[in-house]
Design a protein around this ligand. Structure first.
Ligand SMILES: *Cc1c(COP(=O)(O)O)cnc(C)c1O
Length: 425
């Protein structure tokens, strides 16, 4: 399947039925798996054989879908998690521990920002945030002896900045650490960060991958390119014996291709248990089967709406990387030649009052704390997700009170534009 194009992988990668087996992925709705002897099961507990014993760690349905996502991203191994939050936490915590340091783009999803800046800080993991626009010198200056990972988002939610993956990867590698990229917004249909040097890719599959607002989920993909053993002093968890598995060393036993995901499953999934349910993995797979058909439509609608908004007198500013003149247009042309996603943000003159009355008049766009599914939706951060902040704090965070984020779904673009036009009147 690896020689096939992206659309064929969306439909067929990850699961190949044998003679007389179900064409669709079977939902293995079982917490546990049966063995003939304790020796057979013991081999699984020692990581001497691969197989399933308990769905808190692994389930076949999840593995079919994870294998599809690995194929889409051009990675060598992947796993599903219960949410995007769990995916980003696991990806970082798999190589960081108390005393580690992370370099992260400041332009990332609020939940991930909080995870890194507040919750992981309580675990003794520090972070230095850098601007996504940082120069090479500024980037290099952010690293410390205890830096273990660099993190960013291909297209940031909600700021819609585009990460210079190439530049961030070079800085990470010159300091002997991997680059982790959250690729939720473009999906592998529009960008494959591994091709630009990223080592680990994460997803909130809740967004376009599911695409129907039906199931919360996440995924982690390993490129298999990062040489852990070449930096063994930095990554003791991968390069030194694990006492909880009779002293196996992941990077030795499973190699560059297997170490990261095996450790993440065997340790973090075992201990934290943030597994995706097989039912949700099945629903996610239905979304993946049409991802390559849906993404171009989201992009078409996003671009049409962005162009329309740009022409409106009441609109102060439009952010959409695919829009000529956008600050990230050149980076978007390089990394997202087929477009990015259907999320657009814009600022209304008249601040939060104007935003509130505008949103009340929308009929096709619904007010929701969500983005990236088939149905168009909108949100004013100042009166919802960021409502505890004053206008001054909002301005400092780069979120004007009149900013509205819209997610263009799969409806006809004429109806989306007419809805916005009516509300702008
Ligand atoms: C939504 C989102 C997340 C968090 O994912 P959940 O599935 O909601 O836990 C992480 N990163 C990005 C870019 C997101 O948009």
């Amino acid at each position: 399947m690896n020689d096939k194009k992206i659309g064929t992988k969306c439909v067929q990668a990850g699961y190949t039925p044998g003679n007389g087996e179900p064409r669709q992925i079977p939902i293995i709705q079982s917490t546990t798996f049966k063995y003939d002897t304790s020796e057979d099961m013991g081999k699984l507990f020692d990581l001497e054989a691969s197989g399933y014993f308990y769905t808190r760690l692994q389930n076949p349905t999840n593995d079919y879908v994870a294998a599809k996502i690995a194929a889409l991203e051009g990675g060598c191994a992947a796993m599903l998690t219960s949410s995007g939050q769990a995916a980003n936490f696991f990806a970082l915590f798999n190589i960081c521990e108390c005393g580690s340091h992370i370099v992260a783009s400041s332009s990332i999803y609020g939940g991930t920002f909080n995870l890194i800046a507040v919750t992981m800080a309580k675990m003794g993991i520090e972070v230095t945030f850098v601007s996504p626009d940082a120069s090479e010198e500024e980037l290099n200056a952010a690293f410390k002896d205890n830096t273990r990972a660099v993190f960013g988002e291909t297209i940031a939610n909600p700021a819609l900045t585009v990460l210079d993956i190439d530049k961030f990867a070079k800085a990470a590698h010159s300091h002997g650490v991997p680059l982790i990229v959250d690729n939720t917004f473009p999906t592998p249909v529009n960008c494959r960060p591994i091709e630009w040097g990223a080592d680990i890719v994460t997803h909130s599959t809740t967004k376009y991958m599911d695409g129907h607002g039906a199931g919360v989920g996440g995924a982690i993909v390993d490129s298999g390119n990062f040489d852990w053993m070449a930096h063994a002093d930095k990554f003791p968890g991968l390069c030194q014996p694990d006492d909880s598995y009779h002293g196996i060393t992941y990077a030795e036993k499973f190699g560059k291709e297997g170490a990261f995901i095996t450790k993440c499953t065997a340790q973090l999934m075992r201990d934290f248990g943030s597994i995706q349910s097989p039912q949700n993995a099945f629903i996610l797979n239905l979304g993946l089967e049409s991802l390559h058909v849906r993404m171009p439509k989201h992009v078409e609608n996003g671009l049409a709406v962005a162009k329309f908004l740009q022409s409106q007198p009441g609109v102060v500013k439009v952010n959409y990387p695919g829009l000529e003149g956008d600050k990230y247009y050149e980076l978007a042309k390089k990394y997202l030649p087929n477009g990015g996603c259907g999320v657009v943000s814009f600022e209304l003159a008249g601040g939060r009052a104007a935003a509130e009355s505008f949103m009340k008049k929308l009929k096709v766009f619904a007010i929701e704390t969500h983005v990236a599914d088939a149905r168009s939706c909108c949100l004013n951060p100042a009166t919802s997700t960021h409502r505890q902040m004053t206008d001054e704090q909002l301005a400092a965070a780069g979120i004007p009170a009149g900013l509205i984020r819209i997610s263009c779904g799969l409806e006809d673009k004429e109806d989306l534009i007419a809805d916005l036009e009516n509300a702008l009147k």
